[in-house]
Design a protein around this ligand. Sequence first.
Ligand code: PLP
Length: 372
Amino acid sequence: MVDLQGQYQYIKPQVDSTIQKVIDTASFINGPAVRSFQTELETYLGVKHVIPCANGTDALQIAMMGLGLKPGDEVITADFTFAATVEVIALLQLTPVLVDVEKDTFNINPAAIRKAITPKTKAIVPVHLFGQAANMEAIMQIAKEHNLYVIEDNAQGIGSDYTFSDGTKAKTGTIGDIASTSFFPSKNLGCYGDGGAIFTNNDELAHAIRGIVNHGMYVRYHHDVVGVNSRLDSIQAAVLSAKLPLLNFYNERRKEAAIRYTERLANHPKLITPYREAACDSHVFHQYTLRVIDADRDALVKHLNAHEIPCGVYYPIPLHLQKAYADSRYNENDFQITNQLVQEVISLPMHTELEQDQIDHICSHIITFLNL
Ligand SMILES: *Cc1c(COP(=O)(O)O)cnc(C)c1O
């Protein structure tokens, strides 16, 4: 699905020397490498504060802690996403409220958000799923009307440019009150281990969070709030500093691969290729995800695997049907799209090293199967 080794070959000298520098200086935690990456990412995103942390799941949890959400507060998020999003809501004893997504973008449906709002609702967590920006204009409007926080889960969307209807643009992760991202190796900006970060333009919130990630300390050995230990280590920061200048290039490579896939597959009556705007700025193709219509998706997965072509089903089970997140208040009729998507989706190999002949090879196997 990804080719991290191939990608490394092109950046080996920079990465090796930058890692060596961290080892030579032995400042493994909170060293200068972490601070410089933080500043570089702030500049890239156009956001006032980046707070690095240990992983994308922590980033989400810490964002919610920073906002001061309290047990019983309701947090609305998408039924069709990676479980980390809902996990941290539940872990903080907030009440997750899962809602349906849109069939074309796979992203949270603003009409479903409106329907789920109650007096207890405190926040909305849109996920920029598979690298495509959620409908932030509608979501920010709803949040304003109902005085809700917006926490963007940008783990899959880093580098994506959202365009508002007046033509202004903003990077995903800089639009809501706060955002989280992950530097898991296979993410669009991945390190060589675990890593994550929180973004915000709010000075006060940034200050609160810098303490929360460090055991609730604002002054050494004075613990004002209950915090956590969540750090990006210096070696990971050094790897990220070497890769950040290439992020736009990497995202372009993904787009090129996506366009090639779509050229090959768009006209097949049994497939729906991913929706994207004409300019394609709002999609960084963390995944290239097809919908298989009137054919056996699981048999296609087996067929591809039998021909040594990796593929993935993200995600096979809606979150509202997971044991951990079931809630008697849910009504199946409210999850029609997610329930349908889990049967139809298949994600193809997507990374920066994909060559056109590899894509053509994958597509010809898909078409052969569908025409059987
Ligand atoms: C990867 C991911 C996370 C979690 O990131 P980790 O660094 O693995 O903790 C959270 N949300 C989404 C949507 C993700 O894809």
